[in-house]
Design a protein around this ligand. Structure first.
Ligand SMILES: [Zn+2]
Ligand SMILES: [Zn+2]
Length: 312
């Protein structure tokens, strides 16, 4: 009996010794699985956060354009300039963004905090520069935090940006998608032969001239005709940026825009047919240029600077 007992005892110990590695292996495998599940859950959360953050930022671009669209429209309808267009822009954009943050929280539980630090005219006058600080998180574990600067194109997308300057300067509002100045533009021109601008025509939707090489305007009849017919805008050091246009300024320290205003009268010399010249009512702001015949029905007047810029 005793011998048998001894044998049983030894067998049990051996079995136990053999089981230990198996148990250890099982523990390790379970832990690895748990770790994998945790990691996967964290990855899913991180991916979701990245995707929500990028959706939110894309919507910010749309809101920027919508805000500027509404502001330029309101200024034209009310014929009233802003005292500080940058401040109005910043406040309105921030309000829209705050509402959107709430929407994101209600829909996804994601806590978004976005502060607009600055809104300004970009070096490219067809863009607006927006700086912001953004944090997004589900819980403190997953968090995205960034300081960012984005450039919003004014001339693409669903929201048209309007030029408030023609209305603010002359009181004339757009009809049938153009501005016909009647005798209101010639009234503000202080140099001689202003009457060539009676019934002058202008655009008011900011559209970028597709002919980037400006000197080609004069080398190709189709280009200048197309540019004039579409009332395209061009980059200009002397022209006004969109934010200064909203304030009805005469000059602007930023890189700005200029467009041709098409006169109706023909004479040898007359005020230069560029918006920032005709609208500049400060002393010596307006000056005369030479007649340039574009076609049977259209002439414009340009000084030497603008002649060489457009190759005319
Ligand atoms: Zn052009
Ligand atoms: Zn400006």
């Amino acid at each position: 009996m005793k011998k048998l007992d001894n044998n049983g005892y030894i067998t049990s110990i051996l079995l136990l010794l053999m089981l230990i590695p198996v148990i250890l292996l099982l523990i390790i495998t379970i832990e690895q699985d748990n770790h994998y599940v945790n990691n996967t859950a964290e990855n899913i959360q991180n991916n979701k956060l990245t995707s929500i953050t990028s959706d939110f930022e894309n919507e910010m671009e749309i809101f920027t354009k919508e805000t500027l669209h509404n502001m330029t429209k309101e200024v034209i309808i009310n014929n009233k300039a802003y005292d500080n267009s940058t401040q109005v822009f910043k406040t309105r954009l921030q309000n829209t963004i705050n509402q959107n943050q709430e929407k994101y929280y209600n829909n996804s539980g994601c806590i978004i905090n976005c502060t607009i630090n600055n809104v300004k005219a970009a070096n490219n006058p067809f863009q607006i520069e927006i700086s912001y600080f953004l944090t997004t998180t589900f819980n403190s574990k997953n968090k995205i935090e960034k300081n960012n600067k984005i450039y919003i194109n004014l001339t693409d997308g669903d929201y048209e940006i309007y030029d408030p300057l023609p209305t603010l300067q002359t009181g004339v509002k757009p009809t049938n998608n153009i501005i016909n100045y009647t005798d209101e533009l010639s009234k503000i021109i202080q140099i001689e032969n202003s009457t060539v601008y009676t019934n002058a025509i202008d655009g008011y939707v900011i559209k970028k001239c597709p002919y980037d090489e400006y000197t080609k305007h004069g080398h190709n009849h189709t280009i200048i005709t197309n540019c004039i017919d579409n009332h395209y805008y061009h980059e200009s050091h002397d022209g006004l940026c969109i934010l200064c246009r909203l304030e009805n300024k005469s000059t602007c320290p930023h890189m700005g825009l200029e467009t041709f205003i098409i006169p109706t009268g023909e004479i040898e010399k007359a005020p230069v047919s560029i918006d920032h010249v005709l609208f500049n009512t400060t002393e010596n702001g307006q000056y005369a240029g030479d007649k340039i015949i574009l076609n049977n029905t259209t002439v414009i007047y340009l000084d030497n600077g603008h002649k060489s810029k457009y190759g005319l």
